[in-house]
Design a protein. Structure first.
Length: 348
């Protein structure tokens, strides 16, 4: 009986090691801006073209089950913060030579709920006054705040706050009768606190004005990706198996020595008879090419890997097949993104 169990464990271990494993790791890839400005745009100015919500509009506040009707909400500072944060986020990326803030709001009306574009004459005037080649304007920024305070039991009080925010941001350049691009944004932040008294709860939950300022900054800070090339975090993987070459290649990959790892994966691919292992080596070769900047070659290898995996299974939900198909799509997007980056940096 003991021998039978021992032999079964050996067989199980052999099956597990024969299947190899996948090593995942994080990388950063450089992505183009959603909006491509003309080559002559070197300086941009951030403009506040939105109208703050009136304070008497208030917010929804339910205190111990009763709706309060005396709330006020001041949003002027949230608009100022949003413009500053957007300018700082764009300036942090090495793309424009200069990013400036326009000194005052452009709208004097009270129609806070309307989305009003800058006129062509306003664009010309602001660019001339600020010395900018283009404008990035917040044309609308609205907030909806809900606060609920209720008893939990045993003397504890719960406070929940949610702020929803929407924004319209546009890019303008002189000489055009309309904006060159429009970005619509929507996001929210939540706070929840539980305290043994109502007074403590008021200390822990943010004040309504603070909550909307934080929500506005959180949402608007992410808008920079629409206007400048930027780095994004993503994940990649490579296969490893038993055998000296597999292990050595994995060691090179773990040390980010991609040329050396790629050379070994190519030897494995050329010499491998097992179609699954050959597909895994091809997938690794796609990774090696991507990590050394050879995106078109990487896509070719990924397609070879996908064809090999597909030939071994009729199950479209096979994990290896799903994963390599995902990688093929990623590489297609990266090849397209690389072309767009070349345009945005004037390297066509």
């Amino acid at each position: 009986m003991k021998n039978t169990v021992f032999i079964a464990l050996i067989i199980l271990a052999s099956l597990l090691t024969a299947c190899g494993s996948i090593n995942y790791f994080g990388i950063e890839t450089y992505s183009p801006a959603e909006i491509t400005f003309p080559d002559n745009v070197e300086t941009v100015v951030i403009v506040n073209n939105a109208v703050p919500q009136p304070s008497d509009l208030g917010y929804e506040y339910i205190l111990l089950g009763k709706m309060q009707d005396t709330t006020h909400l001041v949003t002027d500072s949230a608009l100022t913060d949003a413009c500053k944060v957007l300018g700082e986020a764009i300036a942090e990326q090495p793309y424009f030579k200069d990013v400036r803030l326009y000194h005052e709001p452009t709208r004097l009306d009270s129609l806070f709920f309307t989305d009003t574009k800058l006129t062509s004459s306003q664009v010309e005037s602001i660019c001339e006054e600020s010395g900018a080649d283009a404008i990035i304007s917040i044309d609308r920024l609205l907030f909806n705040l809900k606060k609920d305070v209720y008893p939990l039991g045993e003397g504890y009080t719960v406070g929940a706050m949610e702020v929803q925010s929407t924004a319209v941001i546009r890019a303008y350049i002189p000489g055009r009768s309309n904006s060159m691009a429009t970005v619509y944004m929507k996001d929210s932040l939540f706070w929840t606190e539980t305290t043994p008294s109502f007074k403590l709860l008021e200390l822990y939950l943010p004040k309504p004005e603070v909550a909307i300022r934080e929500t506005g900054k959180y949402m608007i800070s992410k808008a920079y990706a629409n206007f400048v090339p930027h780095w994004i975090q993503t994940q990649r993987w490579y296969y490893t198996n038993q055998g000296a070459r597999w292990k050595e290649a994995s060691a090179f990959a773990a040390s980010e020595k991609w040329e050396e790892a790629t050379a070994l994966w190519r030897l494995i691919y050329d010499s491998q008879k097992n179609k699954i292992y050959k597909a895994e080596a091809a997938s690794n070769l796609a990774l090696g090419c991507e990590m050394t900047g050879k995106l078109t070659e990487a896509l070719d290898w990924a397609n070879k890997s996908a064809a090999l995996f597909k030939a071994q299974t009729s199950n479209e939900k096979d994990n290896n097949l799903k994963q390599i198909n995902l990688y093929v799509q990623i590489l297609i997007e990266r090849v397209q993104a690389d072309k767009k980056l070349n345009i945005q940096f004037g390297e066509e």
